[in-house]
Design a protein around this ligand. Structure first.
Ligand SMILES: CC(=O)N[C@@H](CCCN)C(=O)O
Length: 390
């Protein structure tokens, strides 16, 4: 039941019913997003806009690309991911996949991260359809962002085949509608240490995989402290240096067996200008020199599991400067979490992050987006569309 003035004002926009529909699709990354993406494709078709689906290899997931206006250079991309993080084990007040409005907020999984922006972008499509656009408004909706910015890579390959170049992209992750100009990059690896199992009473005859992993983990912590001491701090970030740490570990099978298998996951969240490859090379070198004796029989394998670059937007870029007139720059202007913006920038498309809601609400039970944030996003996007008519 909507009673307050704020609720009534928000209801006047098409964003709210769209957001309710989008939240209704359970697009946790392990599931297919096709139900949602095909619904959006049909919604665009009803507006007379033909959207292209860029499908993954399995055919169970897809990105959506759509354009309104002339197919020329200088357009603006509105970008959002359609997947959400799981709700497993979280205590929600109401069904996470059924949008509910309470106290001026809209609750549901993905309300701020980031179906709120996808809904607002879809709502503005109707305005754009009726506006005399001189440059295009593009829509880029991806899958599998939450598991390492996977889907958008195929979308970027597809963009490369198009005969026009957009001026920039707005990635609508939750920033409380402030313009964010930078974020860290991330690399993560899974390290498998294979040793040799014997009865633990005969320990010297075995190769202890857990001890090998422990030495490596301690070295990673040591390198982390050194990187922190030596990195030029970037005070634009709340954590102003590169972080390196082990996040998961497992190994061994019984109290009386020399363990022949250990596995751990470690990650590096690096400043945009720090080279994570050089950090990884140090870990590799330590492995080669210090674990060499063990390696005569032990095997150490590194598998990269996440890799996305940081974002360092140029405030003097024409697109970035123009967008900054419609919203204020966040203080600090950079965020610790990663987004697809770094990948757009690496593909040569100027990128910034700006979207409704707060990252503090993301990934939690009772995730919400404030209705006045959605309204602020509607206003911002109306200005974006307006800027494409001149
Ligand atoms: C699993 C993983 O690497 N997730 C990425 C995805 C970025 C989400 N915005 C991360 O933790 O940064």
């Amino acid at each position: 039941m909507l009673t307050g003035t704020r609720e009534k004002a928000a209801m006047a926009s098409a964003t709210l019913p769209l957001l309710e529909t989008l939240i209704g699709f359970d697009t946790v990354s392990r599931n297919s997003n096709l139900g949602l993406i095909e619904w959006l494709r049909d919604h665009f078709a009803a507006l007379g806009v033909s959207a292209t689906l860029v499908t993954d290899k399995t055919g169970t997931k897809a990105n959506l690309w759509a354009t309104i206006g002339p197919e020329v250079d200088g357009g603006i991309i509105l970008s959002g991911h359609t997947d959400v993080v799981p709700v497993d084990g979280q205590a929600w007040t109401s069904d996470p996949f059924k949008a509910v409005i309470r106290d001026g907020n809209l609750y549901g999984r993905g309300a701020c991260d980031m179906k709120g922006f996808v809904a607002a972008a879809t709502a503005i499509a109707e305005t754009a359809r009726n506006a005399p656009l001189r440059r295009p408004l593009h829509f880029a909706f991806s899958y599998d962002e939450e598991v390492g910015c996977i889907g958008v890579r195929d979308l970027l390959t597809f963009l490369d085949t198009l005969p026009y170049r957009p001026a920039g992209v707005i990635v609508g992750e939750p920033t409380e509608m402030k313009i964010v100009l930078g974020h860290k990059g991330k690399r993560a690896w899974c390290c498998t240490v294979k040793g040799h199992a014997v009865h633990s009473s005969r320990a010297p005859e075995g190769v202890n995989a857990v001890e090998g992993a422990a030495r490596l983990i301690a070295e990673i912590a040591g390198i982390s402290a050194e990187v922190r001491r030596n990195d030029q701090p970037d005070d634009g970030f709340d954590v102003p240096f590169t972080t390196l740490l082990t996040t998961v570990m497992e190994g061994g099978m019984s109290t009386n067996t020399v363990p022949d298998l250990a596995r751990f996951v470690f990650e590096c969240r690096h400043l945009p200008d720090t080279d994570p490859e050089a950090i990884f090379a140090r870990i590799q070198a330590f492995t080669d020199t210090n674990l060499a004796t063990d390696r005569q029989r032990a095997e150490i394998l590194f598998e990269e599991i996440t890799n996305y670059p940081g974002l360092a937007a140029d405030p003097a870029d024409g697109f970035v400067a123009a967008m900054s007139r419609f919203a204020c720059t966040a203080v600090p202007p950079k965020v610790a979490y990663g987004t697809e913006a770094g990948l757009f920038q690496r593909a040569g498309i100027p990128a910034l992050v700006c979207g409704p809601g707060s990252i503090a609400q993301a990934h939690r039970p009772d995730e919400f987006c404030a209705l006045d944030q959605l309204a602020a996003c509607d206003t911002f996007l109306a200005q974006v569309v307006e800027s494409l008519t001149v």
